[in-house]
Ligand binder design. Structure first.
Ligand SMILES: *[C@@H]1O[C@H](CO)[C@@H](O)[C@H](O)[C@H]1NC(C)=O
Ligand SMILES: *[C@@H]1O[C@H](CO)[C@@H](O)[C@H](O)[C@H]1NC(C)=O
Length: 122
């Protein structure tokens, strides 16, 4: 019996902050914490109300740092931050007005604040 290994299940918390801002300067903030099993997959939702959104993107903001671009549609794979490369994707659904971020094989080090924004802000 070589596989009498104890399985330790780790969880990571992704602090989610969805902030959508319209051209009129109205904004909606929702924040919550997602607890995800390590190595599991997760989806961080983003939805907006503005009818005219053409460009939407995800930022990641680590403690005490400026937000960093994480993902936008058709982003060059090499521009995706290395720690998330090949693990994230999102599809802009203009009918549902969503841009949900999918993360596969979640790592403890993924814990961060994820922000969804309608226009480049940094
Ligand atoms: C939304 O969050 C931003 C950044 O944390 C904050 O500056 C702003 O006041 C918040 N807006 C509302 C309506 O809570
Ligand atoms: C996570 O997603 C990957 C890629 O889509 C898939 O191969 C894998 O089976 C999924 N894992 C779980 C636990 O659903």
């Amino acid at each position: 019996m070589e596989n009498a290994m104890m399985h330790r299940v780790l969880y990571t918390a992704l602090l989610l902050c969805v902030s959508t801002e319209t051209s009129q300067g109205q904004s909606v903030n929702q924040s919550s914490v997602l607890i995800v099993k390590e190595e599991g997959n997760t989806t961080i939702p983003c939805s907006y109300k503005d009818a005219t959104v053409q460009f939407i993107l995800w930022y990641i903001q680590n403690h005490n740092q400026a937000p960093q671009i994480l993902y936008y549609e058709h982003m060059d794979a090499t521009s995706v931050p290395a720690s998330f490369r090949n693990r994230i994707s999102a599809k802009h659904d203009k009918d549902k007005k969503t841009f949900d971020l999918q993360i596969t094989r979640v790592l403890l080090s993924d814990s961060s604040m994820f922000l969804c924004a309608l226009n480049p802000t940094v």
